[in-house]
Design a protein around this ligand. Structure first.
Ligand code: NZQ
Ligand code: ZN
Length: 387
């Protein structure tokens, strides 16, 4: 078991109606609030109106229109400008991972005199950030419980994940009823995203029995509850369990003491959504089984066998290679059963830029240090197999 340094300071307020505590959570952080949100889903579900009512004693500045795969220009730049112009003291992000991620970049950018891109790329270290609180409306990324933000830049096709301990939300409001209106597409994508977060931490060299159990249990829960959410979007119990699984899947708690895996599927997918603006969880679902097939070898076999037996209940007495292949096929079949298209062509990606993307990934994602190292030719092969 490896050494670790772990602290998640985020307060989680979970359950129906918790949002009523919003004023008491925000008050000690400041009265001048930047309210950030996306394209309007929070207005349709009445959450925007509810928040405005709860915050009637606060001064609110708004940044709306934050897009999926949030953009540095205009969203991050506009948010930073609004914070500086209005002396904003705290950010309230209401939405999915994209709104939260964008708000983290704004929180850091608002306390920096230069170009916020310097912070996102790590050229300049983040030393200060505004406090951020969020009300999550989509179970997927885990941004509500981690330090990461992923920001896209359309002029360069960059999609960069950056993180800093100052960017943990101070408090995340998790009311599963706010996810009732999430579309089938986004629900399935969210489930696949969280499952992949677990897989990225499970498929590595050194793990512990406890971490493996934690990971397997979250995967099993997502595979039960994801389809239930698709079947009945207002199934509170299923939405609630899915939400908490997603929250726990990305903040590292399931992998303390494990060796590093390099998060290869994320490294590859971020280029796909950077170049083609596709839904992150869908890109992951397409790539994951092909990455699995590509890295299956004597070195990785036992991990796949454990996964197949403990997650999919495959007969442990079968030949190991048979178990591993069956587990990979079952992974792909599960994603497909949720209605996710399982080829890149179906989401509008052909072979014309595979070479360029593979080079970009190899140069920027550090996948040569992954559990199974991936170089440009390996990345190109995985992308080609995913077509
Ligand atoms: O913009 P609005 O109108 O709000 O609509 C959104 C958006 O169109 C909609 N939506 C959200 N909540 C809804 C809803 N529609 C109806 N009812 C609701 N309650 O869903 C659409 C997608 O939203 P988005 O926030 O983009 O989805 P998600 O939460 O999956 O976030 C994806 C982004 O997070 C990044 C991804 O790369 C991607 O950019 N990630 C962030 C991570 C992190 N911070 O740790 C880790 C992840 O691996 C991931 O990379
Ligand atoms: Zn993800």
């Amino acid at each position: 078991m490896q050494n670790f340094d772990y602290c998640t300071p985020t307060r989680l307020l979970f359950g129906k109606g918790v949002v009523s505590k919003l004023p008491e959570v925000l008050a000690p952080l400041g009265r001048k609030v930047l309210l950030t949100y996306g394209g309007g889903s929070i207005k349709k579900m009445g959450l925007y109106q509810k928040v405005k009512e709860l915050l009637k004693d606060f001064e609110i500045v708004e940044l709306s229109g934050i897009q999926p795969n949030p953009k540095y220009d205009p969203s991050v730049l506009d948010g930073v400008r609004l914070c500086k112009e209005n002396g904003v003291e705290v950010i309230l992000a209401v939405g999915g991972g994209s709104v939260l991620d964008c708000s983290k970049a704004i929180a850091a950018g608002a306390c920096y005199d230069g170009d916020p891109w310097d912070l996102i790329t790590g050229k300049v270290q983040t030393v200060k950030a505004l406090p951020m609180v969020d009300i999550l409306t989509l179970a997927a990324t885990g941004s509500e419980y981690d330090t990461y933000g992923v920001i896209s830049r359309t002029d360069t096709n960059d999609k960069i994940g950056y993180g800093h301990k100052l960017l943990y939300p101070v408090c995340s409001f998790l009311d599963p009823t706010y996810t009732f209106t999430v579309s089938k597409w986004q629900t399935a994508a969210g489930c696949a995203d969280a499952m992949n977060h677990i897989m990225e931490q499970y498929f590595t060299g050194e793990t512990t029995l406890m971490n493996d159990g934690f990971c397997e249990s979250i995967l099993k829960s997502l595979m039960v509850n994801g389809p239930k959410c698709l079947e009945n979007p207002e199934d509170y119990t299923a939405r609630a369990e899915m939400m908490f699984c997603c929250t726990l899947a990305c903040n590292g708690i399931v992998a303390q003491g494990n060796s590093r895996s390099g998060w290869p599927c994320h490294g590859i997918e971020h280029a796909l959504s950077g170049y083609y603006d596709i839904t992150h969880g869908v890109g992951l679902a397409i790539i994951t089984p092909h990455w699995m097939r590509y890295i299956l070898s004597e070195k990785t076999l036992d991990r796949f066998v454990k996964y197949g037996v403990n997650v999919f209940g495959i007969d442990a007495s079968l030949d190991k290679w048979e178990i591993a292949r069956e587990a990979i096929d079952a992974t792909a079949a599960f994603f497909a059963s949720m209605g996710i298209p399982m080829t890149l062509r179906e989401v509008g990606i052909d072979d014309s830029r595979i070479g360029e993307m593979a080079r970009h990934i190899a140069e920027t994602e550090g996948l040569e240090e992954a559990w199974v190292p991936l170089f440009e030719k390996d990345i190109a092969a995985i992308l080609t197999a995913s077509l």
